[in-house]
Design a binder for this molecule. Sequence first.
Ligand code: GLA
Length: 387
Amino acid sequence: MKKLLIVIGILWGATGYAQKFEGLALTPPMGWNSWNKFGCNVSETLIKEIADAMVSSGMKEAGYEYVIIDDCWQVGRDADGNIIPDPERFPLGMKAVADYVHSLGLKFGIYSDAGTKTCQRRPGSRGYEFQDARTYALWGVDYVKYDWCNTTTQDAQASYQLMRDAIHKAGRPMVFSLCDWGWSKPWLWAKDVGHLWRATDDIMDCWDCEDDRNNAGFTILLDRVADIYSYSGPGHWNDPDMLEVGNSGLTVSESRAHFSLWCILAAPLIAGNDLRNMSEETLEILTNKEVIAVDQDSLGKSGIRVRDDGDLEVWVKQLADGSRAVVLFNRSLTPENISVSWTELGYPSYLKAAVRDLWQHQDLGKFTGSFTAEVPPHDAVMIRVTP
Ligand code: GLA
């Protein structure tokens, strides 16, 4: 009997142990991350105020859950190799921050890097994977974003598997968010490693700007993820990067289009604006429950671009109840009529179907064969079509 147990133990160790926490992120994670708006300017005060605002603004009620501190919270390691949070910015340590976030019924996320240093040259987790994961578990971390700077010749698959194993060993369920910017095509291998993976370089706060490191505005990132829709599903999502809604670079129409498209993609909805200070329009976009329901639909299918007529596009997402969400997207600078035909939705053209406008919160009536809307410049119309 004892020998049998030893053999089982060895086999378990050799084969069965390595795994990610299952049952997490069955719909795309929703939350907030400090990077897009605050960069390195993170602190306990900021995180607590943002967590408060997530509750008081109605964001929590709309489904936002994770409060995530990105780069720059860490300053060094102690003699035993334990990671040290910036003592001036986080005077009570990270557990106190996590406890506060948890006390509001929210979840807490943190950032590290697979290399020797993070992108802002803070200590990375290379060589400290198990120790860091154990520390995160002690603090009560629920979500780990794991970046890819300063990794030199490291292998992405091996590096992310190592941290996955470390998190699993630490024993606390944590969503594992891979951030190698799509360089290793994680959609091809990371389904059993993480719960979401960045598929692009960084989002920029603009419509279609681009820098020399491939960071770009949301319309460009959209094109880069358009063909990998089939790799997204419950527990494993393509991540076209965080939201810029509510920052200064997009108009209200552009923000509505950005949010509509991220929801049709079943993208993680990680807000990146100052939740303490939101305009009515920003809040209305970020908390539109009918649009969020498309993102969070239990079928977990990413939408598909079924038509690309230059500046005019049609995106379709299949939903669990058999209905379809549709985004009519106008990239041009003039108002344009955009149509979607039922055959593009996978329905017969004789079918009569109800159309509801998800931004106007209005039933538009029953239509047979197709639907057409006038879409303002740099904007999107989002509808749900139910047979
Ligand atoms: C990389 C990531 C960003 C952010 C920064 C922080 O660029 O892609 O999302 O985490 O690092 O330094």
